[in-house]
Design a protein around this ligand. Structure first.
Ligand SMILES: [Zn+2]
Length: 152
């Protein structure tokens, strides 16, 4: 499958990552499945439940968060298409920890966030990549990410 997400929503993910820096941010992507394309319609930002140092390198979506995402999606007649999170000062590729906690089918967007050069608070969002778990769950595979406007 492929993931379709507008530039505006992708920017929302980048901004969330910048705000959360030096911690990781995370959230759910809600939308519809249209043929072989997952079309993101909106984002649901979630709190990173990790605390202290751990929040810099890991994110945790609790069962409660997952239920909230499901409920929100259902109320809007959407479904959960995947999850996004940021990697402060780390490459925009999923970690081994991410793989162990990932579910099949969902899209996983990872955005790299770098330290700001001007010393201000927050981070500078960099590239974003999209991944899906291999069928045998042994690794993540890149998943096509299309921009362009979603169909109305
Ligand atoms: Zn990660």
């Amino acid at each position: 499958m492929a993931l379709r997400i507008t530039e505006a929503l992708l920017d929302e993910i980048r901004r969330h990552g910048a705000r959360a820096y030096p911690n990781e941010c995370c959230g759910a992507m809600l939308g519809v499945v249209n043929g072989d394309t997952k079309e993101v319609r909106e984002l649901l930002s979630l709190d990173n439940r990790r605390e202290g140092e751990a929040a810099r390198t890991r994110f945790l979506i609790t069962a409660d968060d997952y239920r909230l995402a499901e409920k929100t999606a259902r109320e809007k007649e959407l479904e959960i298409l995947g999850f996004y999170h940021s990697h402060p000062d780390h490459p925009a590729r999923p970690s081994e920890f991410d793989r162990e906690h990932a579910w099949p089918w969902y899209s996983y967007i990872v955005v790299r966030v770098a330290r700001r050069k001007d010393g201000q608070a927050g981070g500078e969002p960099q590239e974003a990549t999209n991944w899906v778990l291999a069928e045998d769950r042994s690794r993540f595979l890149p998943e096509e990410m299309r921009g362009s406007a979603a169909t109305p």
